[in-house]
Structure formats: structure tokens, C-alpha cells
Design a protein around this ligand. Sequence first.
Ligand code: TYD
Ligand code: MG
Length: 477
Amino acid sequence: MRRSDRRQSGTLIALPPYEQKDPMAKSAPSFRCSECGATHAKWSGRCEACGAWNSIVEESPLSKVPGSGLGGAKGKLIQLSALDTKEAPPKRALAGMPELDRVLGGGLVAASAILVGGDPGIGKSTLLLQAAAAFARTGLKTLYISGEEAASQVRMRAARLGLADAPVGLGAETSLRDILTTLEAERPDLVVIDSIQTMWSDRVESAPGSVSQLRAAAHELVSFAKRRGTAVILVGHVTKDGQIAGPRVIEHMVDTVLYFEGERGHQFRILRAVKNRFGPASEIGVFEMTGAGLAEVANPSALFLSERGQAAPGSAVFAGIEGTRPVLTEIQALVAPSSLASPRRTVVGLDSGRISTILAVLESRCGIPFTGLDVFLNVAGGMKVIEPAADLAAAAALLSAREDTALPADMVIFGEISLSGALRPVGQAENRLKEAAKLGFSQAIAPTGTKTDGTTGMSMRKLGDLVTFTGEMFGAG
Ligand code: TYD
Ligand code: MG
């Protein structure tokens, strides 16, 4: 039946008289996933939207949040302006910590709201205490509100980090009402809230740590930032068990979202901008956790390659770009006969879906099977690489491990692999090559069509597809 036919034969269904209810005013309990924020009509052990277990919590309606709903009152006209209205660029303050300033998009913007997320124990409090002290020392009026640690604990940490003399106002409090009253009285330039999940508003009935509390607290603090021109930094714990709501729920409310990541066993920490209304996203800052707090790493490539010894099978150096900066990393692969019916595919620091694709392309386009072989792949130093430009370096590491042949130690590799096995050029080739040349590399492999001007003095080999690459490098395929 065609759609027009159906429309002709339809009749209006009879509806009983009904009234449109304000959805905010309903009083029935609702259930929300604390990981992804999806709402559900009833509780269940697993969220159907994101698949997380034990993450669904009951929440009370949002009607108590100020400013929600019209309530029948008449609004006033908002002021409209032209798009080309001249306005000064936002005022920025530099902390004097280059790694942090760059991730913020070139300094801290007044009246901005920033979320810093990360696993518990990764170093968020340490980073933000150092940042608060750095900003305070440049003359910004700075407050640090801890909801997790007692003031004495924070003071002890400050002393250990050599920051005790920084003019930071320290408070240990979790009541949002008291914090906002203090902020109204103090009117600081910057306030750090550590962490947003410990804050509770007496206007919302649900328990501290719930989605409603998290939203209400973030909403009030972000409104304060916009109203008074204070920059607000919110710390958010990433949680796996769903006992407290995760920071994803408030990502949309803030201007900038930074994630602080790193492997537990490694001392390197990466601050990554995943959203920034005032600068490029995907920018990273690299830090090292030392006995005296976080030290900035000005040259991450040198650090990530520092553990590399002699040329060994299974190692390939990828010339990558993180935000606006080139970063070289070593991709390591191990391929071994498997005793399992379905061999292992263990991938750390790279997208495992992409690695499966590369393995499939190697098998069906180049005739190099990995069946019956366990595959382990990781990025040295605990770095995460999300660029598709890493495809060719990952393939090179896999092949090098499988063929037990080392790649030349002075070679960098970059390029994207398409499903057909063709190599696709990637952006910023010159920047990648310059960084590689600076670190002493002298040859590079890149896809045909890569734009280079030859000023780096690197010896370039440009290849059109993966079959040519495997043939040239390993005589396979
Ligand atoms: P912390 O900043 O408390 O983490 P978060 O706020 O993200 O939960 O950092 C906790 C870890 O950092 C802890 O395991 C100890 C380590 N650490 C150092 O190694 N050096 C230091 O100078 C400090 C202050 C902490
Ligand atoms: Mg902390």
C-alpha cells in the first residue's frame, strides 16, 4: 500500500478530553542511567541505552530547580543583536604552566565553566591545586573548595608541593547554598570545585551524587560563572559502578571539557580537551606524576620514545598530531601462536575496532592471515592514539612482529588505510616530518598524495596501497 493510499483511507481516532501536563511538574518517580543519562520508566539492572550495569538510579523530578517551567508568568522580550556586533575577544589569563594553558585554548577565559574529568586517584586534585596556586600567583583572586578532603589534608598537600605560600582561599564544604553565598560575597576570578559529585543542593530532594543533584549543582555554579564573570572549574570523577553519577551528564552545560587520563602503572598523565568553546578540541597537555606533584613535559615525543632501545621486531614509530602539536609515539606489537579457539586480540591505547579492520584488510587484500595467532598491540608510555593516521604504523608493527623483522630504527610511518587496502594521505604531513627530523629520524613512509615541500630533509617513500607496502618492507604479500 502506498503512503498516499493509506492517508486517504484513514479516519481520525476519537480521543478522550485530555490536558497537556507540564512534564517538569510530574511527581511520579523516574529512573535515570547515571552513566549516559537516559531515562527509563522503571528500574532495571542494565541500561538499555548504553549497556552499563547497575547504573540506573531513581531520581526525583527536576521541578525544584529554579528557572525551570514558565509557571504562567509572562516573560519579557529578549534583546537581539546583529552577528557582526563588535566585541573584544575574551579576556584570558595564563597560569604560566604551558601544558595547561595550551589545553585551555591559550589561557583561562573569564566567566567560563570547565569540567575536568578523570578516574579517581589519577591526579585531578593535585593538578588543580597546582593550577589554582599558579593562577593565584599571577594575581587572580582564587578559591579552592574541597568537598572530599578536609582543609588540613589540602594544606598538607600544598605544603608538600611547595605551594603553601600561594594566595589561594581554601574552603572545605559540600553545601551548595553556603558555597554560592560565599562566592557572592567574595566574587573571585577563579573557583575550583573538587568535586562536583560531592556537592549537594537542598533544593533537590535526591541523594548527593545522584544525577539530579549533579545537574542542579552544575547548573547553579555555571549560572554563577556567567552572571559574575568568575571562571569555574568543576572536578568530576569518572565512575564505573554507577554509585555516583558520571561527569558525562554535565558535559553539555560547560564550555570546556578536559579529561585527565593515564595508565595506573605509568607516571605519564595526559590532559585532553574533548570540547572547547574557546579553543581547539583534541589538544593535549602532557604531565609526569613525580614525588613533588605534576611536572610538565615540554617535549612529549622524546619522552614517549625514551624507552625505545635498538630496532626490534614489532616496533614502529608513528608520527602523529595531537591538537596543534606533533607527537611521536612507538606502537608495539607481539604476535604469537595461540592455544585458544578464538585467539586473543589485546589492544591498549588504540581503537580495537580499527585494529580488527586492519587485520581483516591484511588478510583479505594482502593475503597475510592472522588466524591461529594471538595479537597484542599497544602504544608505549600509556598514550592513547585516536587518529586514523596511525593505521599504517599499526599495520607495520603487526607485520614486523609476524615476520620477525625489525623496521629501520630511523623510520617514521603515518597514513590511513582504507577497506580496499589503499593508503589515504593525512593532514599536516610537514609538521609530522619536522618533529621526526628534530628527533633524529631520517626516513618516512607515507601514502601517495601526501603533501610535502621537501624542506625537512627526510628521505620520503610514498606508497599507494598496503600490498606495495608489505611487499617492499617484508617481501610478503
Ligand atoms: P589526586 O590528585 O588525589 O587524585 P584525584 O584527585 O584524581 O583522585 O592524586 C592521587 C595520587 O597521586 C596518589 O595516588 C598519590 C599521587 N601523588 C604523587 O605521586 N605525587 C604527589 O606529589 C601527589 C600530591 C600525589
Ligand atoms: Mg581528588
